[in-house]
Design a protein. Structure first.
Length: 140
């Protein structure tokens, strides 16, 4: 999932870079950027509502890790909202890149921490969820 989201962020960044003010480029920019935002937000909502409660039930010792990850999700949701506002107000390329840079920094930090903290746990904790419930629509 993380690799798909990393690629979506790269596509959003490329769409900003290729923008020249034409309607076709603007449409591509909106599609890639809103698509990235929706995918990232959906992934985090699924983790918070499905995956993390099941991990917490099986591994109460991971409560601080899950709390930190959920806090990151909240922060990223706020940053996504600011980025989407910048998109809808037709901000310039530099402003959009500043938003993407901020998102990129926290996404990479968050993904790295999550991968170090939970990848092995996913192999040991039986989950009563399908992949979409656990990871969001991008899981398939």
């Amino acid at each position: 999932m993380h690799d798909r989201l990393r690629r979506a962020l790269l596509l959003a960044r490329e769409a900003v870079d290729s923008g020249d003010g034409t309607n076709a480029i603007a449409a591509d920019l909106l599609m890639h950027c809103h698509g990235f935002c929706a995918a990232l937000d959906g992934h985090h909502r699924s983790e918070d509502s499905g995956l993390f409660p099941q991990i917490a039930a099986a591994r109460p010792d991971l409560a601080p890790v899950l709390a930190r990850l959920s806090q990151d999700h909240s922060m990223m949701s706020h940053l996504i909202g600011e980025f989407e506002h910048a998109l809808s107000s037709t901000s310039d390329r530099e402003t959009l890149h500043a938003h993407l840079d901020g998102l990129d920094a926290i996404v990479e930090s968050h993904f790295g921490y999550e991968e170090r903290s939970l990848l092995s746990v996913l192999d040991e904790v039986p989950l009563a969820l399908d992949r979409q419930q656990a990871f969001g629509a991008i899981a398939d």
